[in-house]
Design a protein. Structure first.
Lengths: 298, 300
């Protein structure tokens, strides 16, 4: 109906529509191409995920006999049991320790630095620090892994979880500072002024004013860094050696190396290592998605 | 001192603020900046990764630059970069425009769309390796001839698989960026175009695309610079193979350094990687008038 309205009006001089025009576009002419792409891509994303899930519930013995896209006749958790018996609980603990141990300090020091940069912009030192962090954004930090390895060896930290935590903090800082500084900049100057009049120090202002007011940004940055570090692969690969120090992605890779033929078990491991993030996704989808793009979308 | 409110504000405590930046600076200098300088220094040495480090002048650079592996790795790196850009950009714009619509079912669809973003590259690679297995994978199970090829065993197929899996993983991310970009385009532009009789396609090319100009630059910068760091995915999926068909620079660095124990040449490759990354970031910035860092400054 809306489309016919527009068509009728077009020949004459554009008349003012009596209804708010904003309502019209979503219901307007259909975006066939976008719709087609949307549904096609849904299939491209969904089919592998579905296959991973149902295969992980099939017994290895009758896995080959069944239609790979049909749900299992009698689902079994044997594969999951095998994965858990292969020490995945301790790899999970390692991942939690590394992620929490890196993200909490990373966000804390980044927040302090961002606050200093915004509030002390007139100081050349802080502008230089800011420029350094910006440069860090443009550099593929993976390329520094060899000297990082050397430093970790020299610090006698090789093959420890701390070896993963320290560089992870450093790699997280540039983007965290950038995003947090953008948000602190939006805090009205009057609020800072009134804190100062009340005699608050910068330290109190930082935690009592800036931190509560920028909580969404802190959450975003925390989630983004947590995902990056939780999913990290290169640092654990290069900086650890013993199986007891593996984090989940590395454990997953070596599990496939050992049980490659046992496809259901490998896929159960994939599901299991992703489960914590999927649970988070179910409960905090909005925060997670904004954390994922971490301010990249304008 | 000027009388501006800025300097007056904390003139009483000039020494506190710089200290707040010090912890972050220490971490960044210790584990990012020093390593960045270190990688340049190490490229002029010989080191097996365990023993002593010996200065050796240009030996590593000569070895790297004269090795036919380098041009090949550069070619593969740019090949993956270009192919994944060509696949991802149009699809991401299309999907982003689609998702920007306010219909209910699109919000439901987007629940599924974003799942690949949550998986680690390692998990994705492990899953696809199983899925594409010529004997035990999905194709073999379905009995489809065309799907049960030796995907990771033929150079061009493996290259295609890498590009596909990269797109599978990252299109959701870029769609999300484009979705945000499309939602910021003023409705009045579309209303005006509609009154002028512009069709859907015309609107897309005359309004949506030009308005997304900066979003395209941001997304492309992230895609291009990000493609230099596809280490985990390719490492787990193909280990750079078959032969060296998917051996990108990052993988070349790892294999020479940590598998062949030639840290000098590996560092030289790392330096090349840094230079390529910086060069691309500068180039894209020139193309778009600003870089990803600046466009983020616009806020969320």
């Amino acid at each position: 109906m809306t489309t016919t309205l527009t068509k009728q009006q077009r020949p004459e001089t554009p008349l003012r529509d009596e209804r708010p025009t904003r309502v019209r576009r979503p219901a307007g002419r259909r975006n066939w191409l976008g719709g087609l792409a949307g549904w096609l891509w849904l299939a491209v994303v969904f089919i592998p995920l579905y296959w991973i899930l149902i295969t992980s519930l099939k017994a290895q013995s009758n896995y080959y006999a069944s239609n790979p896209l049909a749900p299992p006749d009698d689902p079994t958790l044997d594969n999951y049991q095998l994965v858990i018996e292969s020490d995945f609980i301790s790899y999970f603990v390692n991942s939690v320790v590394v992620t929490a141990g890196a993200v909490i300090p990373a966000v804390t020091v980044s927040f302090m630095a961002a606050y200093a940069i915004v509030r002390g912009w007139r100081l050349r030192f802080l502008r230089t620090v800011n420029a350094l962090f910006l440069m860090g954004l443009a550099i593929p930090l993976q390329a520094t892994v060899i000297p990082v390895y050397l430093i970790i060896i020299r610090m006698n930290l090789y093959d420890s979880l701390l070896a993963l935590i320290l560089p992870s903090i450093a790699f997280a800082i540039p983007l965290s500072v950038l995003i947090l500084a953008n948000f602190i900049r939006d805090v009205p100057k009057e609020l800072f002024d009134s804190m100062r009049v009340d005699g608050a120090t910068e330290w109190t202002t930082l935690w009592r004013l800036a931190a509560p007011l920028t909580r969404p940004a802190i959450l975003t940055v925390t989630i983004f860094n947590a995902l990056t570090i939780w999913n990290g692969f290169l640092l654990p690969l290069v900086l650890t050696q013993s199986p007891s120090r593996r984090t989940l992605p590395l454990a997953l890779w070596s599990f496939q190396g050992q049980h490659g033929v046992n496809v259901p078990a490998v896929l159960a491991a994939v599901v299991l290592t992703t489960l914590p993030i999927l649970v988070l996704y179910a409960f905090a989808r909005r925060q997670l998605l904004s954390g994922l793009t971490a301010g990249f979308s304008r | 001192m000027s009388a501006s409110t800025d300097s007056a504000r904390s003139s009483g405590r000039p020494g506190v603020l710089p200290w707040l930046a010090v912890p972050a600076l220490v971490f960044f200098v210790g584990f990012a900046l020093i390593p960045l300088v270190g990688v340049l220094v190490l490229s002029f040495t010989t080191w097996d990764g365990i023993g002593a480090i010996h200065p050796s002048g240009l030996t590593s650079w000569r070895a790297v630059l004269s090795h036919p592996g380098l041009p090949h790795a550069v070619l593969v790196t740019f090949g993956v970069m270009a192919a994944s850009w060509v696949v991802q950009t149009p699809l991401s714009i299309l999907l982003g425009t689609f998702l920007a619509g306010r219909q209910r079912y699109r919000a439901v669809l987007s629940l599924v769309y974003f799942v690949p973003l949550l998986l680690s590259s390692a998990a994705i690679a492990v899953a696809y390796k199983a899925l594409l297995d010529p004997n035990f994978g999905l194709g073999a199970g379905l009995g489809f001839e065309w799907l049960s090829k030796d995907w990771l065993g033929r150079p061009w197929l493996a290259f295609g698989v890498v590009v596909f899996v990269v797109s599978w993983q990252f299109i959701p991310f870029h769609s999300l960026i484009y979705q945000g970009g499309v939602q910021q385009i003023p409705q009045s532009l579309y209303e005006a175009a509609q009154l002028d009789g512009a069709g859907r396609v015309r609107q897309f090319f005359s309004i949506t695309l030009p308005q997304l100009r900066y979003t395209v630059i941001t997304s492309s910068t992230l895609m291009v610079v990000g493609s230099l760091t596809f280490f985990d995915l390719i490492f787990v999926l193909t280990e750079g193979g078959p032969g060296d068909a998917t051996r990108v620079l990052a993988l070349d660095m790892y294999k020479r350094g940590f598998q062949a124990n030639l840290m000098g040449p590996a560092s030289a490759i790392a330096v090349i990687l840094v230079l390529v990354g910086l060069g691309l970031a500068l180039l894209l910035r020139r193309l778009g008038g600003r870089d990803a860092g600046q466009s983020q400054l616009e806020g969320i």
